[in-house]
Design a protein around this ligand. Structure first.
Ligand SMILES: [Fe+2]
Length: 185
């Protein structure tokens, strides 16, 4: 049976409404894994005929969560970062993404001195999705040709968030990034 983007977004709405907080987000993560198993969705959204890059494929008018499709045009490793007051779910479609999660030593907040320790490392393979809840610091590393779907709690173009420099031991506030929206060209 086919599972569509529309059905996934409806299931997200229901999960996030029924269980605000981590439980609902984890339910949405499970639904994303289901969506990534649907070959029609993957072919239409992240198939070989699609250009590398990122695009927003859904934005919820009431709950504000966004669904974005990524195809990596090059190897890429992000520095550690959070998503400000948003959560994020990453779901792998092709190749893999290596993830690290960090603890900020001493529990500081905001920009400035920030020492990190790695608390978890894992790899997402096709069909697997991982949740980073609000404030959870993480980095991602994927090869050229990796593709994935990211669901965020809100449009990150409007969110101040932190980026960490592990070597320097600092954090700085950044604002995104310019993800194109189909209806806001
Ligand atoms: Fe992220």
């Amino acid at each position: 049976m086919s599972y569509t983007l529309e059905a996934f977004c409806q299931d997200c709405r229901e999960a996030l409404t029924a269980q605000p907080g981590r439980a609902g987000r984890d339910a949405a993560r499970g639904k994303l894994e289901e969506l990534l198993l649907d070959q029609d969705f993957v072919a239409a959204t992240l198939g070989d005929d699609q250009k590398p890059g990122v695009r927003t494929i859904y934005e919820d008018p009431d709950l504000d969560f966004c669904v974005l499709a990524y195809i990596a045009g090059a190897d890429r490793s992000s520095p550690p970062h959070d998503h400000g007051n948003s959560w994020a779910i990453y779901g792998q479609a092709a190749k893999h993404t290596d993830m690290k999660m960090y603890n900020r030593v001493g529990g500081g907040e905001g920009a400035g001195e920030a020492k990190l320790e790695v608390i978890k490392e894992f790899r997402l393979n096709p069909g697997q999705a991982g949740l980073f809840d609000v404030g959870e610091i993480h980095m991602i590393d994927h090869p050229k040709g990796a593709s994935f779907v990211r669901v965020t709690g809100t449009d990150l173009n409007h969110v101040e968030r932190l980026r960490f420099d592990e070597k320097a031991g600092t954090a700085e506030i950044i604002e995104d990034q310019g993800v194109p929206h189909p209806d806001k060209a």
